[in-house]
Design a protein around this ligand. Sequence first.
Ligand code: ADE
Length: 239
Amino acid sequence: MNYHVMTLFPQMILDGLNTSIIGRAIENRLISLEAIDIRDYSTNKHKKVDDYPYGGGAGMVMQAEPVYRSYQSIVKKLGKKPRVVFLTPQGQVFNQAIAKKLSKEEDLVFLCGHYEGIDERVLEEMVTDEISIGDYVLTGGELPAMVMIDTIARLVPGVLNNDVSAEIESFHNHLLEYPQYSRPIEWMGKKVPEVLMSGHHANVDQWRHEQSLIRTAKRRPDLLEKASLTKQDIEFLNS
Ligand code: ADE
């Protein structure tokens, strides 16, 4: 799984993803991360990559040519046209299902915009997916690209220590995760639920599943509609 991030701020991407689980996955060559500096592909002697918008208005627009030239360098290297994700608040809202689908791709290109946007013509030419990470506006696409890479990369086999944890966590079957506890048994007068220390795995699983149902019903009832619930689940929620 190779991530190629087209950006005006390559260091932000490299620094941001070089730690913890993703950093280790890069080190272990389970994934690779490359930041392509769009400025390197400017044809302007001052390395300029933006200009005023036609029709007027505030801010600057990233020009088509440097963006396209950096894209072409990736296509040339890969020998094929990869999937290109453009980060924009106008895109489809990112979720775990999209992450799962994208985690199957061998190569993914992320295009990060800045200023007031990117010349529409180059977007038409190269972008395959437009994704938003939520209904709010950031100053650029770098943080959204990092959010997406973190989410997708942890689904790549071997990136997490235990592959099961990606399966049972929040949003698996559209349910939120159950609460977790570690030592000590009592903290600030609060005790760890008895069942978790029983050593009875079936009871632990049952309790956790019920906690997931309770949490989802309370915090994100909208998700419950998408979950496939058994007859027992429905009875439990109605009890
Ligand atoms: N760029 C600016 N805001 C964004 C958002 N919410 N999602 C993706 N890209 C963005």
